[in-house]
Design a binder for this molecule. Structure first.
Ligand code: GRF
Length: 190
């Protein structure tokens, strides 16, 4: 019997979304019910199709000035909402309804390298330019502010003098793929 529903929000490529979906593909009690997306040309929509997962596309107006997205969530009744490379701030109506049930992954060790504009390659370039000796991932609860909710989990990786923003990104992605599905599973079993 399926008793835990997940909704994933993504804006871009969606490699994390796919990795999570594959992790739970054979699970009898966890189901990825839908991928919510704000970009009509995002590759994650193609991945959703390939994975046979419903996708739900919305625009800024739907998200910030209507109940469309909230209502769709209410239909699905997610136990957990997972932001995996989703770039818009979650509006208050959704935060209030699902407080403590929305998590995000950030590709650095928060509170460093977080906040508005700190996403994707920008983060890895900033880490590189700052000559950090380590970086990593942060999985955290989502609140009204970018990257400021309580931290659930962090994992680190070393940076050495041969690393480039590109190789740092690869190391961080590897951590994301390894840990994000497992942390989701742990949270669902709480
Ligand atoms: C990931 O690095 C994630 O941490 C971040 O955005 C990136 C998304 O990559 N916030 P993908 O779309 O899952 O490939």
């Amino acid at each position: 019997m399926i008793d835990k529903n997940i909704v994933i929000f993504a804006s871009g490529s969606g490699s994390n979304a796919e990795n999570i979906a594959k992790y739970f593909e054979k699970s009898s009690n966890v189901k990825i019910k839908a991928i919510f997306c704000n970009k009509p040309d995002a590759y994650v929509l193609q991945r959703a199709k390939n994975l046979n997962i419903e996708s739900f596309l919305f625009n800024k107006e739907d998200f910030y000035n209507s109940e469309k997205v909230l209502n769709k969530l209410k239909e699905i009744k997610p136990d957990l909402i997972v932001l995996a490379g989703f770039l818009w701030l979650i509006p208050e109506n959704i935060i209030n309804e699902y407080r403590g049930k929305i998590i995000n992954i950030h590709p650095a060790l928060l509170p460093k390298f977080g906040g508005k504009g700190m996403f994707g390659e920008n983060v890895h370039r900033a880490v590189f330019e700052n000559k950090e000796t380590k970086t990593g991932i942060t999985i955290h609860y989502v609140n009204e502010k970018y990257d400021e909710g309580d931290i659930i989990f962090q994992a680190e990786t070393k940076i050495d003098e041969h690393d480039t923003p590109q190789s740092i990104a690869e190391k961080v992605h590897a951590l994301e793929y390894k840990f994000f599905p497992k942390i989701i599973e742990e949270l669902l079993n709480l």
